[in-house]
Design a protein around this ligand. Structure first.
Ligand code: 77R
Ligand code: MG
Length: 214
C-alpha cells in the first residue's frame, strides 16, 4: 500500500526499524533505497562522510536545507550533543508530513525543528523566530539551483560566523556547478571536495565541505 514513495518509505521504516533507534531507521531506509526503489536520500556511502564532518564540527545549532523523508535529519540528529538543535527546512508538505513521522519514530524529535516553506523566505526569519545568532553547520540538500542564492542569503542575514561549516550534497550529480564555482573562487571560503557515489548507485557524486572564513 502507500501511494507515494515517501509513504512506502515510512511503511518500510515502521515494518523493519526499531522505534527509538535512529540507526535502525536510516538503515531501513538505505535497504529500501538500495533494494526496493531508488530514493534521493544522501545514503549510506555519503552518509559516512556526513557523519565524520558532523563529529568533527559537533554543532550546537545546525541547519538542513531539504528534509525529504528525514533520512539525513535522523543521521545528523543522532550525533548531536545533548541540548544541541537541528532546524530542517522542507518546501514540500507531503515530504514534511512523512519526515515528521520518521523523525518521531527514530526518537530524535526533541532535537529537531522541521519548518515547512521556501528556504528563501524562511532564512531571513531564522534569527527572530528561533533566537539564533549564527549556525555552526549547514547541510545543503535541496534544489541545486538554490544552493548559491541561499548561501548568499545566509551570509547577508549574518547567519554564518568564522568557522561555520557548509556541507553540500550532489555537487556532481545532479550537480551544482555554480555553487562549486562560488565557494571555490571566493576568498571567504576554504573548500574541499569529498569524492563518493550517488546514493545506491555507481555514478560519481560527492560532498563539498566549505568553511566560512568570516
Ligand atoms: O533534487 C534533489 N534534492 C532536492 C529535492 C527537492 C527539495 C525541495 N526543497 C526542500 C527545501 N527547499 C526545496 C536530489 C536529486 C537527486 C537525483 C540524482 C540523480 C537523478 F537521476 C535524479 C535525482 C539526488 C539527490 O541526492 C538529491 O538531493
Ligand atoms: Mg541529495
Amino acid at each position: 500500500t502507500g501511494s507515494t514513495q515517501p509513504q512506502r518509505m515510512l511503511e518500510a521504516v515502521q515494518k523493519n526499524a526499531t522505534k527509538g533507534d535512529p540507526e535502525s531507521v536510516f538503515s531501513a531506509i538505505d535497504y529500501y533505497g538500495r533494494h526496493k526503489e531508488w530514493a534521493m536520500n544522501v545514503g549510506d556511502e555519503k552518509g559516512l562522510i556526513l557523519d565524520s564532518v558532523l563529529t568533527e564540527v559537533n554543532p550546537s545549532i545546525a541547519l538542513e536545507l531539504g528534509t525529504y523523508c528525514g533520512y539525513s535529519t535522523v543521521r545528523i540528529a543522532r550525533l548531536l550533543s545533548p541540548g544541541s538543535k537541528l532546524i530542517t527546512v522542507e518546501f514540500n508538505p507531503a515530504f514534511a508530513a512523512v519526515a515528521r513521522q520518521i523523525i518521531a519514530y527514530a526518537g530524535v524529535q526533541d532535537k529537531v525543528t522541521l519548518v515547512e516553506g521556501p528556504s528563501g523566505d524562511l532564512i531571513p526569519k531564522m534569527k527572530e523566530r528561533f533566537g539564533i545568532k549564527s549556525f555552526d553547520f549547514v547541510f545543503l540538500d535541496h534544489w541545486k539551483d538554490r544552493y548559491v542564492p541561499d548561501t548568499k542569503l545566509l551570509e547577508d542575514c549574518g547567519l554564518l560566523r568564522k568557522g561555520t561549516v557548509l556541507l553540500a550534497d550532489n555537487v556532481i550529480c545532479p550537480g551544482a556547478p555554480e555553487y562549486l564555482k562560488y565557494v571555490r573562487n571566493s576568498p571567504r571560503y576554504e573548500s574541499r571536495y569529498f569524492k563518493s557515489n550517488l546514493e545506491y548507485s555507481k555514478v560519481e557524486d560527492g560532498l563539498e565541505k566549505s568553511v566560512f572564513l568570516g
